[in-house]
Design a binder for this molecule. Structure first.
Ligand code: DQA
Length: 147
């Protein structure tokens, strides 16, 4: 049995659909979850999908992914720009790590142009709204078992 793909979303993404919809789109996080599950299922994979507003909780889940996930898709949200602790946790993983953003942070404010998470990411998908998550799932599946 292949381990599930873990999908983590960081702070404020629980408000997806109502939070700055002109930037992040109208899909809710439940819509995103359904899209991830459906996309993974197309390839015979399953998904563990979680969101937290708390840095320590995200780190605990990264550590869990270390032993029970086949790949990790993470939208670190604001913590991507600030959290060395999250980076340190991600650096312990030996599975593919796909960083994912709904918007394209590189085309936004200066402070969004750097993410610590990128230093530990196998690759990054950003700027496609909810589809970024699906593309990240596709990328993860392409990498699972490639090493
Ligand atoms: C985000 C981009 C981040 O800069 C921001 O802090 C978020 C969401 C995105 O998905 O586009 O909360 O990660």
């Amino acid at each position: 049995m292949v381990n599930p793909i873990h999908v983590l979303s960081g702070p404020n993404l629980n408000l997806l659909g109502t939070r700055e919809p002109e930037i992040y789109g109208k899909d809710t996080l439940d819509d995103v979850r359904a899209r991830c599950e459906a996309r993974a299922a197309l390839h015979g994979h399953s998904v563990v999908f979680r969101q937290s507003n708390h840095e320590g909780q995200l780190i605990d889940w990264v550590q869990e992914a270390r032993v029970s996930a086949s790949a990790l898709v993470i939208n670190p949200a604001g913590y991507g720009h600030t959290s060395i602790a999250l980076l340190d946790a991600l650096k312990t993983l030996s599975i593919p790590v796909i960083e994912c953003h709904l918007s394209n942070p590189a085309a936004r404010e200066e402070f969004r142009r750097h993410t610590y998470v990128s230093l530990a990411a196998t690759g990054i998908v950003s700027g496609f709204g909810a589809a970024s998550y699906e593309l990240a799932i596709e990328a993860a599946i392409g990498l699972i078992g490639a090493n």
